[in-house]
Design a protein around this ligand. Structure first.
Ligand code: C5P
Length: 240
């Protein structure tokens, strides 16, 4: 794919969070999942999906040496390591600074999403190469309500809602200039930050199996999904 477009690709994998919601001493990105650290599995997804991709991994400052030693014990694709910041936005900024200026399209991915399929990763890069931005999304399967304050709520039309995932990919100039100019900590993803700078966001098909490891039970679900995915393809059946 990389050769097909004549473009260079990079990814910032953010893994500098403390993972406190998991309720375990070890941050979830360093825990084992089916024989590999979660973060190592995530790194390998990109190396396998896009030949020649440049990978920058953002870690807590105090975990840099730990990760280098730990990663050396496994078969994990080459990657640069850099220290993150107190907020996700600062961590992405540090990752962008670590990538070479040569990358034409840059994705940002949560280190705790180790189940994204190669098809999803390539779809996102191809969409960004065509449209400048690419954000994978899925339809909610639950009914949704909007909070109206004072304990009230009202029904929301779920056909008009999408759940947003990573990897999110962007033309490198768009992403870098958004991170150069945006400030504040309200952004929970890169699409929100890029959109706040006036760039329209293009959605593409996400995957239900692209789980973000958040709560303790998610590891059991991820193990089961890995078995399912090696037996068949990830679910990409829902519409945008
Ligand atoms: O905070 P949240 O769970 O949404 O984090 C999503 C991703 O961002 C995780 O992979 C986490 O490690 C990363 N992150 C980071 N730096 C922070 C906070 C979160 O790299 N300061």
């Amino acid at each position: 794919m990389a050769e097909g477009y004549g473009l260079k690709y990079g990814v910032v994998i953010v893994a500098a969070g403390s993972g406190t919601r998991m309720g375990s001493g070890i941050p979830k990105q360093f825990r084992m999942l089916a024989g590999l650290p979660v973060l190592g599995r995530t790194i390998n997804l990109f190396a396998e999906a896009v030949r020649g991709i440049e990978i920058a991994v953002v870690l807590p400052q105090e975990r840099l040496d730990f990760w280098r030693n730990f990663a050396a014990r496994f078969d994990i694709a080459p990657h640069k390591c850099v220290a993150g910041g107190a907020e996700r936005t600062l961590s992405v900024r540090a990752g962008l600074a670590a990538l070479s200026p040569a990358a034409d399209i840059i994705a940002v991915h949560d280190g705790v999403r180790p189940l994204a399929s190669p098809e999803l990763i390539r779809r996102v890069f191809e969409c960004a190469a065509e449209h400048g931005t690419a954000v994978p999304a899925i339809e909610p399967s639950d009914s949704c309500r909007t909070l109206t304050g004072r304990g009230g709520s009202r029904c929301a039309d779920r056909s008009q809602l999408r759940l947003v995932q990573t990897p999110q990919a962007f033309n490198a100039d768009i992403l870098r200039s958004a991170y150069d100019s945006a400030s504040g900590s309200l952004y929970t993803d890169d699409a929100s930050l890029v959109e706040s700078c006036g760039t329209a966001i293009t959605l593409c098909q996400g995957e239900r199996t692209n789980l973000k490891l958040t709560a303790p039970g998610d590891f059991a679900v991820a193990e089961a999904l890995l078995q399912f995915m090696t037996g068949s393809h990830a679910d990409d059946s829902s519409d945008i």
